[in-house]
Design a protein around this ligand. Sequence first.
Ligand code: SF4
Length: 304
Amino acid sequence: MENKIKEEVLKLKKEKDFVIIAHNYQIGDIQDVADFVGDSLELSRVIKDIDKKNVIFAGVRFMAETAKILSPEKNIILPVPTAGCEMADMVELEKVKKLKEENKNAKTVCYVNTTALVKSICDICCTSANAVKVVNSLKEKEIIFLPDKNLASFVRRSTDKKIIAYEGFCYVHNQFNILDVKRAREKYPKATLMIHPEAPEDVQLLSDVILSTGGMVKYPKESKNNQFIVGTEEGMIYRLQKLYPDKKFFPLRGKPKAICNNMKKITLKDILLALRGEGGESIFVEESIRLKALKSIEKMIEIL
Ligand code: SF4
């Protein structure tokens, strides 16, 4: 059945001149039919450079919004409209405004995992790969950082600026704990532990390397080791195993698995329905919000 749907997806994608983009955390079947697989910002930038108008973005809402902010002329379709990001949704505008009021000398840095509206009220955007660089590029000594408190702690250790963190977190990464590390180290003693900076600080400190998903894609290529414990959402293991068939990748947590329920809402059937025009949502970002959010993304891109 799945194979039949896959064939139909590939056929329709070609006939209707669509491009399919999938985040690293999507299920393997969706990664297989995608033209590009990667992290959210990488994919949004890819979309900007491709000559196709219709894009299915298999990811969560803030990612499709970021793509729309960068490419307003494109039709960006989120196959499952309810696929949100719990961390992005933790940000309350009133709380951000209050933080800004209380810290008038601070600049506000927002993680790309935020809504368009939140990006529009921040000074500059960042990803987990460039957060330290973005923060250090600012002349201000005080930085309001949102929404992820764990990424904020990673940045705090790498800068002499005062980091005022919003108390948000990703429930998928925040569940990793010291016991997971102990168990995985015992089970795979030769493996290198790669951890995402959205994991709690104590877990970050016990890892061998702290990497964004983009960093995790590159690291095994340069490493002499051929075994890795992967401290991020489990979809990443499918991607890594496909990229490096001669190396081995193990989840940091076996049970319960580290799964993002929103990412996993999307099935191959949803992609098919979106291609047929029978499902999904074409993303809209109000122009005044888009322009302000674009500024915060462009400022980040300028310093890369
Ligand atoms: S893994 Fe975490 S940060 Fe990523 S979409 Fe899911 S809830 Fe959001």
